[in-house]
Structures are given as C-alpha cells and as structure tokens.
Write a protein of this length. Sequence first.
Length: 482
Amino acid sequence: MSKTISQIQQGLTKRDFSSVEITQDYLAAIKQHNPAINCYISITEDLALQQAKAADQRIASGEAQLLTGVPIAHKDVFCTDGVRTSCGSKMLDNFVAPYDATIIGNFNEAGSVMLGKTNMDEFAMGSSNENSYYGSVANPWDHERVPGGSSGGSAAAVAAGLAPAATGTDTGGSIRQPAALCGVTGIKPTYGRVSRYGMIAFGSSLDQGGPFARTAEDCAILLNTMAGFDPRDSTSIDQPVPDYSQGLGSDIKGLKIGLPKEYFAEGLEAGVASVIESAIDEYRRLGAEIVEISLPHTKYSIPVYYVVALAECSSNLSRFDGVRFGHRCSNPQDLEDLYKRSRGEGFGEEVKRRIMLGTYALSAGYYDAYYLKAQQVRRLIKQDFEQAFKQVDIIAAPTTPEIAFKLGDKTDDPVSMYLQDIYTISLNLAGLPGMSIPAGFSQGLPVGLQLVGNYFDEARLLNTAHQFQLSNDWHLQSPEVK
Ligand code: GLN
C-alpha cells in the first residue's frame, strides 16, 4: 500500500477501484500493522466508510474534486467534529470535539476520507513521539527507532503505507523532522498561510499546519486544499493562494540555492552530510547555482525558541483546568485542590516541565530578561533570512543532524532532544516556509534534505522539490512493513 494521491485519483477516475474499496484496503492494512507501529490513536472506520460511500456517489455524479474519495489521516491536534481529539494527552483523553478545525472542514468539503487520528507527542511537544500518552510510535524503517516528533504518527503512517497522506503541525520542526526520519515528504507553509482555527495551540506565534505525502506533487494538491484566508484565525493572512499544482513543471536552471555555512558545522553526522552533499550535486546538475550564505544568529535559535514557545505554551495550556476543559480529578477537596490534581494528573512530564519554565520566563521581573530579550533576538534571526533571500531563491540544508535515533536514547536528556531541531527551529521563529524531502540513506535509514523558501513562495519551494523528485526515486522507497 504505497500509492500516491495522484495514483489514487487516477484509479478512482478510471473506475479501477472505488473509494470504498481503497478505503477498505487501507483500513485492513491499518488493522494489521498499527499494533506494531502505533501511528494511529483512533481509527475512524465507520466514518471513513460512510465518507467513502458519499465520495463514490459524488464521483458517479461527475461532481468530484481532486481529493474526493482519497483517504487521509489527521494529526490528533486538529479538532474533528464528533471524534475524539486527544492531542496525545491524558488531559483530553475523553474530549470529543464539537466542531471541525478549518482544515478538517476543507478536507471534508473536498470529499476526502478520514482514516483516523494520528499519534503525536503530547500537545505537540517533542522530537521523538515518546511523549505521547498513547505510547511511542515505531519508525517503520526500524521499529527500535523513533519516527521523530511531534507529528511522528502522521509521518510513520505515510511511510508504512497506512495512509497515502496525512496532516501535521510544525512549531519548531514537527513536520520536517519526522518527514526526514521516516523518509517522506512534508511541508510547513509560511506562518499565516494555513488556518490555525481548531488546531490545539502550543506556541501560537510559531504553530503552522501542513501536509505529509510521498511526493511534492501530492503535497501541492494537499496544500491547495489547506491554504487560504480564514476570518476565524486572526493571524491568518489574506493573500491569494496560487494553484500549487500548476506551479510544478518549470525547470530550475539558474535557480540560486544558498547553503548556510552554520548548518554544515559541528554536530552534523558524517553519513547525513554526505547524503546532503550528493543532493546538492544533483541540484547543480539540474542547473541550479549553489552559493554559500551565512545565517549568523543560528546559534541562538534553540535558546530563543525554548523561551518563546514555552512562554506561549504556559499561557495556552492554562485553559486545561479540569473545569472549562480537560481531565478532572476525582473528589476534589476545594477549588485549588481541583486545579492542582487535575493538571497534575492530566499532563505528562515534558508538558509540566515546559509550563513551569514558560511561567517562570513570563513572571514579573523576568519578562524583560527572558521573553522580551528572546523576541529581540528572534528579530535578528528573521533579519538573517531577509538578507539571505536578497542573494538566493531557496536555501538548502540538512533537516536533522542525525538519522533516527533509538527509542529511549534521549529521553533522560531533554537538551540533547531539543538539539534535534537545530536546523528546523529558526524557520518557525522567522515564519518562513520549509520542506523536507527524502534525499538518500545513511546506515539504511532515511535522510531528509531541507529546502527553505521566502515568505509565501511555497509554489517555488514545491517545484524545487518536485524537480529533484523527477530525477531520482528516494521518495518512492518504502520500508518492508512488518
Ligand atoms: N521538537 C520541538 C519541540 O519539542 C518542536 C515541536 C513542534 O514543532 N511541535 O518543541
């Protein structure tokens, strides 16, 4: 089961199979392999078959859109009307959302079929998917290794052929990093391009939803459905959405690709570096001009992120108090006891660590020293990119410093876990779009190439990835699913 969306569309149009049939195939594969991979928290079988049936009727009546009848999995961070939306947390274990997130509504309108909700790090906090209340996810390439996080379930589902596509969110790397470690394609759009309405908030100034699929071509189709202005999200940007699929096709002769020297320094595994170098050589052969650039404030991105994101999460997660939202402890003695025990029982360790650090950074007397300072340095990081994009069209770099690491390897060392996002985090601080595409293997495990575009330049970004995928088949390699 490793079909692309384009192949499924063709099959549906030519009546090679119906949406019900392809949906049943995916559901059967999920039942067989999810117990070992654990990429789904909820499997919405009845709903999927109902949606598939409706899609088949729509196809028969000639009213199909591109995604009509195409199965998809959604990260459990997106509210889905009538379906449990857990966000990977005990806090929301029994939360059934009363409405759809905007992007879920978009997919429903297009007639796609929801297979289920994917596993994730609790409240999207993590780089390995080991922080989920529902257990960790196995990397389909090696079950003893992590799939990356926080959208680890979505990336693993696509890699294992348990969904042709999936949604994810990226606050500091959570689409690109798991895409890299699982060998699939993923894009985080420009901040404001995709609505955050109904997407449970982690760091509101950083969070952005985006798709996972096998190919850039599929990501273009998915982004066409996801992107656009939404009056219900005050940070959504009112700019026309180009047809991303139409943007694929032109060659990339003369495209200027910048390599930030700070991303090729100490800490980058030799096997990863050599795959990235070969990918850059391929771009050279395709006619791109490769230029060295500098992003001098890169070294501050992790500390800045861990002040900004944690401050924002401490505020966002205050709503889960056992009264308005979330798990409620049994037999509270008084209101304070109710708050303390509900939050104490509902949140996992990493989430608690972050709420405490974020609350500290925002407290009176420390705000200027931490949050304000971090926002100032954030501006410098953004300016680095603005300078760079005066010289180049696209920036290329590794997505991650290492291949997928072993489950449990970094759980006792949060700082080494945080360093996994060293190449992805600064884009979120700047609000820029970025992708990860499969570029080869090191020690038998996938390596991702990261491509960064200028603001709202997703069309060029997708085409740059597409041209690479036309010249090799790294993105079509699949693990043997056990
Ligand atoms: N790994 C980063 C973190 O733990 C980023 C997570 C994300 O993008 N949601 O915060």
